[in-house]
Design a protein around this ligand. Structure first.
Ligand code: FE
Ligand code: FE
Ligand code: ZN
Length: 276
């Protein structure tokens, strides 16, 4: 059985997200740990977390893939802003401890002209500090489209972060739209891309997928998601992904331009492609 779901609004709490997921045929989901474009976090509710943990178990959910705020840039140039981003990371990981065993995915950051090496060192710094307490959460670096000064458009950059942190609790979330836009041909050469991932990072580090089609052509470095089958990746690419022996076992999160009914259709499509 595939673990497939989508991004859900966290405003009603964790248990409500589990119920919403179930209503659209999902058995995993993603949510923003705080306002995706700001820094405001929800009030903590241990009772809601405990109920959600029970419901996830009862519903045989796969690992959840929480998403850090887009505004959290661990390698921004101003020291105070960087420190603020690092403090948000710490707080997010501490909060994730109330939902043990799940993933926390985030965009590595944009070096804004400081250079890739400086940016990677700053990201490693923040991660080393945040991971020190040993929370029961695996952090996932997202593969990026390589837009502007974004770090994470090349597998080598993610590998440098993983090695720089030197902690087993760092893995990778592969976004199909992003890698395609970055110039990894998951449409015509999925096996070649995965062989490259394995050579550079190691496939054992791949923990989750963002399953998105792309509005833009191959290697466009753009990052605009599209509904499955309506973009430049196409349905057959997703058929190969869900039926792949390694990829098919990972939690798959839709981040397509959709509301719940559209997500329900895409979840059904992926299950159908997998022969469920
Ligand atoms: Fe993302
Ligand atoms: Fe993504
Ligand atoms: Zn994206």
């Amino acid at each position: 059985m595939l673990y497939v779901g989508c991004h859900l609004s966290a405003s009603g709490g964790n248990l409500e997200m589990v119920r919403t997921a179930e209503s659209i045929g999902a058995n995993t989901f993603a949510f923003f740990t705080r306002n995706p474009r700001g820094s405001q976090a929800r009030k903590e509710d241990p009772e809601d977390c405990a109920k959600a943990v029970e419901a996830l178990k009862a519903g045989s959910f796969g690992p959840l893939v929480a998403h850090g705020a887009y505004t959290m840039n661990l390698c921004t140039a101003q020291p105070e802003a960087r420190e603020f981003a690092a403090s948000i990371l710490c707080d997010d990981l501490r909060r994730m401890a109330a939902l043990p065993g799940n993933y926390y995915n985030f965009h590595p950051g944009s070096h804004v002209g400081q250079g890739t090496d400086v940016g990677i060192a700053q990201i490693c710094d923040a991660l080393k500090k945040a991971l020190a307490p040993g929370y029961p959460v695996t952090v996932l670096l997202e593969t990026m489209a390589g837009k502007g000064s974004e770090i994470g458009g090349r597998f080598e950059e993610l590998k440098a972060i993983i090695d720089g942190v030197g902690d087993d609790s760092v893995g990778v979330c592969l976004d199909t739209c992003h890698v395609h836009d970055a110039g990894y041909d998951v449409v015509n050469d999925l096996d070649g891309v995965l062989a490259e991932f394995d050579r550079v990072i190691g496939l054992d580090k791949l923990k989750a997928l963002h399953v998105n089609d792309s509005k833009n052509p191959f290697e466009s470095h753009k990052d605009r998601h599209e509904i499955l089958g309506e973009g430049s990746l196409g349905v057959s690419a997703f058929a190969r992904i869900v039926n792949h022996p390694v990829l098919g076992k990972l939690p798959m999160i839709l981040e397509t331009p959709n509301e719940l009914p559209g997500y329900a259709k895409e979840i059904a499509l992926l299950r159908q492609l997998a022969g469920e």
